[in-house]
Design a protein around this ligand. Structure first.
Ligand SMILES: *Cc1c(COP(=O)(O)O)cnc(C)c1O
Length: 227
C-alpha cells in the first residue's frame, strides 16, 4: 500500500478529536513529502540530528514533534522550531528547554513522559516524581515552557489486557493532574494546562484511543517497517 493509502486508512479509524503524528524517523525526504502531499502536516522524529536536517530541507509549514529521549545538551538545536517535545522526564531538562526557549523568544510546549511500562528500558517519571516537579517553586517560575499534557508508551507485548491496563493507568494519572492543576492552592500553576494525552503507536493505537488518547504517534503503519 502507498503512504497516502495508509494515511487515509489510519485517519478513517481515528476519532475526530485524536491528532495523528506521523513518525518519520529513519524515513527519506521523499517519503515525508509523499505524506505531506497527502495532507499530513505533523511529523515526529526521535533523533535530534535527523530532525534538524529534515526541518531544514522540508516545507516550513510542517509542525515537528520531538518524540525521543532528549539530552539536555541537544535542546538548543531544536529550540528554534520544535512545536512539541513529548518525552520530558526531568526537572533538569525542563530548565534547559525553558532556557533555550527564552533565548529564542518562544514558549515551547511539552509533555511529561510517564513510565507506565513493565520494562526497565522505558524512560519516564513515576507519579510521585511528576507531582514533585509540578509542586516545586522553581518549576512554577518558568515562563518559557508550557506543559500541555502527558505521554507514555505501553510495554512491548502481545498481551492486549496488559497494554490496556497501562494506558488506563496513564489516563487515570492524566485526569488526576487535570483536576489538581485546576484547583487553586493545589498544583495549579500558569505553565501547566493539560489537554493532550499522547499514547498509542502502530501496534496499539486502537487500544489507546479507546482508553482516552488524544494524540497517536504512528510510524511503521504509515511508512512501512524500519530497517
Ligand atoms: C518509533 C516511535 C513511534 C512509532 O512507532 P511505530 O511502531 O512505528 O508506529 C512512536 N513513539 C515513539 C516514542 C517512537 O520512538
Amino acid at each position: 500500500m502507498s503512504i497516502k493509502k495508509n494515511l487515509t486508512h489510519i485517519k478513517s479509524q481515528l476519532p475526530n478529536h485524536v491528532t495523528l503524528v506521523a513518525v518519520s524517523k529513519t524515513k527519506s525526504i521523499a517519503d515525508v513529502m509523499e505524506a505531506y502531499n497527502a495532507g499530513q502536516r505533523i511529523f515526529g522524529e526521535n533523533y535530534v540530528q535527523e530532525l534538524v536536517e529534515k526541518q531544514e530541507q522540508l516545507p516550513k509549514d510542517i509542525e515537528w514533534h520531538f518524540i525521543g529521549h532528549l539530552q539536555s545538551r541537544k535542546v538548543k538545536l531544536i529550540a528554534p522550531f520544535v512545536s512539541l517535545i513529548h518525552g520530558v522526564d526531568s526537572l533538569k531538562l525542563v530548565h534547559e528547554i525553558n532556557k533555550e526557549a527564552l533565548k529564542n523568544n518562544r514558549v515551547i510546549d511539552c509533555l511529561f513522559q510517564i513510565d507506565i511500562a513493565d520494562e526497565e528500558t522505558k524512560f519516564g517519571l513515576d507519579e510521585k516524581e511528576l507531582y514533585d516537579i509540578l509542586s516545586s517553586k522553581e518549576f512554577k517560575n518558568l515562563k518559557n515552557i508550557r506543559i500541555i499534557g502527558l505521554m507514555g508508551m505501553a510495554t512491548f507485548t502481545d498481551n492486549q489486557d496488559q497494554i490496556k491496563k497501562e494506558f488506563q493507568n496513564l489516563k487515570t494519572i492524566f485526569d488526576k493532574v487535570v483536576t489538581l492543576t485546576a484547583v487553586e492552592g493545589q498544583l495549579e500553576t500558569s505553565n501547566v494546562k493539560l489537554e493532550t494525552l499522547s499514547m498509542g503507536m502502530s501496534g496499539d493505537y486502537q487500544i489507546a484511543t479507546q482508553c482516552g488518547s488524544t494524540m497517536v504517534r504512528i510510524g511503521s503503519s504509515i511508512f512501512g517497517t524500519r530497517r
